[in-house]
Design a protein around this ligand. Sequence first.
Ligand SMILES: Nc1ncnc2c1ncn2[C@@H]1O[C@H](COP(=O)(O)OP(=O)(O)O)[C@@H](O)[C@H]1O
Ligand SMILES: [Mg+2]
Length: 406
Amino acid sequence: MKTQLGVLFGSRSCEREVAIISAVQLMNHVDTEKYDVIPVYIDERGIWYTGDALRSVKTYMPFDPVKSKLRQVSLDMAAGSGALVAFEPGKGLFGKAQQVLVARLDVCVIVMHGLHGEDGTLQGMLELANLPYTSTGVVGSAVGMDKIIMKTFFLGAGLPTLPGVACTRSAFEKDAEAEINRAETLGYPVFVKPANLGSSIGVSRADDREGLRAALELAFSYDRRVLVEKGLDHPVELNCSVLGFDDEIETSPIEMPLSGQFLTFEEKYLHGGGSKGMASLSRVVPAPIDDGTRDEIQRVAREVFRQLDCKGVVRIDFMFDRATEKLYITEINTIPGSLAFYLWEAGGMKYSALIDRMVAYARKAHAEKNANSFAFRSDILSKAQLGGAKGAKGAKGGKLGGGKLG
Ligand SMILES: Nc1ncnc2c1ncn2[C@@H]1O[C@H](COP(=O)(O)OP(=O)(O)O)[C@@H](O)[C@H]1O
Ligand SMILES: [Mg+2]
C-alpha cells in the first residue's frame, strides 16, 4: 500500500499565498510510486478543503470551491484515526446529511508559513490526533515564530544575535515617547519587526526618531508585540538549510540572497514572475565566502537546530557584518519558503528524496513519542474520597472540599 500523504497548506496567515506556491511545488515532486497525495487546503476563513484542483495554482485565482468541485473536510481528532471526513448533504427531500470518509492520512506534510500553521498550533493539533507530521514540534515551532521569544532563546542559548528591545502596543499607546526612548538606546539604524510575522511583512528600517515612530506604527498595525533590533548597514545575508531529527543533523550549501537595502516581500517572491516562491529569488549558491565562515555558519545552524529540537527541513538565516567581520543569526524559519528544496538540490539531493527524508523523520519522531510510556499507573482514583464539587459551597450531600489525595 502506498503511504497516504496529506499535504496541509494555506491557512489564516498573511503568507498564505506563498504557502500555496510552496505546496504546489512540493506536490509536483512527490514520488508517486511511494505516495498518494491528498491535498488539504485551509482557506483564509479557516475552512478545510480537499480535491484534485488544489494541485493547480490557477484554482486560487480566485478561489471558488464550488466551481473547483472541492469537498469541505475535517480531520477526525481521535488519536491515531487520521480520518479525513466530508459532510455530504442528504439526497432528496428527506435524505440525511452523511459523514463520508475521504481518506485516511498516514503522514501529514505541513506547508504553511506564518500563523496558524508554522507557529505550533497545527503541530499541536496533529500531536493530539497522534499523526506523524513533517515540521518541527510544538515548542520549536512556537519559538521560531515569535521574534521576541526567539531572541530571548538565542541569548539564553549563547547563540550570536543582535541586541533588541521588545515593545507592546499598549505601552506605545500609553506613552509613545517613552517607548521610542527605550528603543533608541540601541542606536540607529534599527529594524522594526512585528513579533509574529514573516516574509518581511511589516518590517522596516529606521534611521532617525521620526522614522522609528512610523516604523513602530506600521508594525503595531500587524501585531501587538514588536521587536526593535539593532540594524546593520548592508550586511551580507547568508542562509543555510538544516535537515534531520535528533542526532541526525545535516546542513545544506549556503545561499547568498541578493537584495537592495534589505530583502522585501517583492524581492523574496516576485522575481521571475512570482510562480516559484522562494526558489525564484536572485541568489548565489554556494555563497562566495571563505571556508571558515562557511563552516562556522553550518556549525551554528546545526546548534540552533539541536537546541530547538527541530525536525525535518528548516532554514536558518544569518547576517555577516563586513565592518566587524561578525556573524549574527537573523532568524529561523521552521517551514522555509519552497521548503528550501533548491538548497538541497544544489547539494545533490533531488526534491523527491528530500520529501522522503522529511517523511522518514516525521515517522521516526512519531514512533519515538509513542514509545514513551503514557500508562503510569497509580491507585489515586480508587483512594480518593471525593466529596461534592470541591469548593462548591452549599452543595448538598458529600463533604465539601473533602477529597483526600495521597
Ligand atoms: N538587524 C538587521 N540589520 C540589517 N538588516 C536586517 C536586520 N533585520 C532584518 N533585516 C533585513 O530584513 C529582512 C527581514 O527580516 P527578518 O527578521 O528575516 O524577518 P522576516 O521573518 O519577515 O523574514 C532580512 O532578510 C534582512 O534583509
Ligand atoms: Mg527572514
